[in-house]
Design a protein around this ligand. Structure first.
Ligand SMILES: [Zn+2]
Ligand SMILES: [Zn+2]
Length: 339
């Protein structure tokens, strides 16, 4: 079998490796469609410091090829979403829905994120991957859904959902602001805007300077504005920062209404200056951190399967499996590799 290795920015190659075998509670899967995560794109462009070589890819729809003893929820031939985070489903954090902090494994255990996620899980741009807690982790793909369309449900779509889904459930119809811009997790910001529309927000404003992303946000039903580094874009009960500059985060925070919540999905390597006095005065909650994706995946699949949300408009390019190396040298915002 082969797997794809990331050597460094813009450099990947296929290598031969041994086939794993599925032990008790485990499943073997064959990835069918693998998407780049926003973090993968930053690593490939050399702007996020994850050091290679490591097995690459962590957003996938796959087919189950073998199951170990005791697996009951999936069987051979099933198509499944493979969450990027390794979670047991049974420990205290997992039972509370905090599946990104499963305490049965070392912190941050994931597929395809090199030394950050633990090298033992491999990547998902591979012929075969092992899923350690198959019943807890794998989510069946709804009938009729194209694996290419929901390849990012493993991570980025679910990450976007957590920024607006629970908030809109608590405050139906509330207005949503998404601030996006250079250096940020671009697809997550767009998915968040589209999901907010799908979930019934009465007004979704997407602020970004990039015309290509503005066009996608508009097609998802958001109202588009320029200038994500301005001080303030209004007053919204739900705000999302998907920009990589601290001015983007400050714009989102300054635009968070009294008692509102801002979720920042960007990874800041340096500490940004925050408008703490304004946040204090308005009782503003800032939430940041890795998403706990597994509990949100069935919800986002249902939104897609029922036609309320179309993530395919965010996808920049779809290439065949054999063309992955060429396509990853200089990847677009959201690449999907399929076979
Ligand atoms: Zn990711
Ligand atoms: Zn766990």
């Amino acid at each position: 079998m082969r797997r794809l290795i990331l050597d460094g920015p813009g450099a990947v190659h296929w290598e031969g490796c041994d086939e794993p075998t599925a032990g008790p509670g485990q499943a073997m899967v064959r990835p069918l469609a693998v998407a780049t995560c926003d973090l993968d794109v930053a690593v490939l462009h050399g702007v996020y410091p994850l050091t290679g070589p490591y097995p690459f890819g962590h957003e996938a729809v796959a087919e189950v090829t073998a199951i170990g003893d005791g697996v009951t929820t999936v069987t051979v031939g099933d198509r499944v979403i493979v969450p990027f985070q390794i979670s047991c489903g049974a420990c205290d954090p997992c039972r509370r829905g905090r599946t990104g902090n499963c305490d049965r494994h070392p912190p941050l255990s994931t597929y395809g994120l090199g030394p950050m996620g633990g090298l033992s899980w491999g990547g998902l741009l591979t012929d075969l991957a092992l899923v350690p807690h198959a019943d807890a982790m794998l989510v069946p793909l709804p009938d009729g859904l194209d694996p290419v369309v929901v390849a990012s449900a493993s991570d980025n779509i679910a990450d976007a959902y957590r920024t607006v889904g629970p908030q809109l459930a608590a405050e139906p119809g509330a207005e949503v602001l998404v601030v996006a811009g250079e250096g940020g997790p671009a697809s997550i910001g767009l998915y968040a805007a589209g999901l907010a529309v799908a979930l019934g927000s009465s007004r979704v404003v997407y602020v970004d300077d990039a015309p290509e992303r503005q066009a996608i946000a508009s097609s998802l039903g958001a109202e588009v504005q320029d200038d994500p580094t301005r001080r303030k874009a209004g007053a919204f009960p739900i705000t999302v920062n998907a920009g990589g500059d601290e001015a983007h985060l400050r714009c989102a925070l300054n635009s968070t209404a009294f008692d509102g919540t801002c979720t920042s999905v960007a990874v800041f390597l340096a500490d940004p200056a925050l408008p703490m006095f304004q946040m204090y005065s308005r009782c503003c909650t800032l939430h940041t951190g890795r998403a706990h994706v597994r509990p949100h995946i069935p919800t986002v699949l249902d939104l897609v399967a029922t036609g309320r949300f179309d993530p395919s408009v965010v996808t920049s390019d779809v290439v065949d499996w054999e063309d992955a190396v060429d396509a990853l040298r200089s990847p677009p915002m959201k690449l999907v590799v399929r076979r």
